[in-house]
Design a protein around this ligand. Structure first.
Ligand code: AMP
Length: 186
């Protein structure tokens, strides 16, 4: 099982990705978590990524593709994986397709989680109070939503053309949203 979760910041991608990956017993790869871990250890990648993340910009595609190429080759990914927060641009989606072709793998589905803008904003502002994330503040949140619309939304069409896209409404109780996702995957 190889899945991708796409959605705007605050839609609950991380929470749902955690639950769905557990359900299928597959690896959950969050590029946001990976990058934050790199920043913590002050690795060269982390040092490059920090400026972009703190401003709500995307980290350059070549950095993400290098990271993903390494992660997808790990033995624990052989049974499948759920990509949370990657790809986020058309070049990343094309790069992922190339990686998949090289390893003779294919995707099973792309889940597009949605919610109203006002709901996203409220959730992110609430999360900002406790998350300790440098990018959960009003100015950067607005930027992240804008970047999502401009750079990430176009990949929905990319995956729709491949017949992989499944859209799920992401507001409501957490277990109910998980059930909606599992239902479209069956
Ligand atoms: P997230 O935890 O998914 O909200 O990601 C936090 C931040 O990490 C984003 O705002 C980006 O700056 C960076 N990031 C995560 N995934 C990617 C990606 N696939 N491409 C570029 N930047 C990313």
């Amino acid at each position: 099982m190889r899945l991708i979760f796409i959605g705007p910041p605050g839609v609950g991608k991380g929470t749902q990705a955690e639950r769905v990956s557990k359900h299928f017993g597959i690896v959950h790869l969050s590029t946001g978590d990976i990058l934050r871990a790199e920043i913590k250890t002050q690795s060269p990648i982390g040092q490059q990524a920090k400026t972009y993340i703190d401003q709500g910009h995307l980290v350059p595609d070549d950095i993400l593709l290098t990271i993903m190429e390494q992660y997808l080759q790990r033995p624990e990914c052989a049974n499948g994986y759920l990509l949370d927060g990657f790809p986020r641009t058309i070049p990343q989606a094309e790069g992922l397709d190339r990686l998949l072709q090289q390893t003779h793998q294919s995707l099973d589905a792309v889940i597009n989680l949605t919610a109203e803008d006002e709901e996203l904003l409220q959730r992110l502002l609430r999360r900002g109070k406790t998350s300790g994330r440098s990018d959960d503040n009003p100015t950067v949140i607005t930027k992240r939503l804008e970047v999502y619309r401009k750079l990430t939304q176009p990949i929905l069409g990319y995956y729709e053309k491949q017949n992989l896209l499944k859209t799920v409404y992401g507001a409501g109780p957490i277990p109910e949203i998980t059930n909606r996702i599992l239902k479209v995957l069956n």
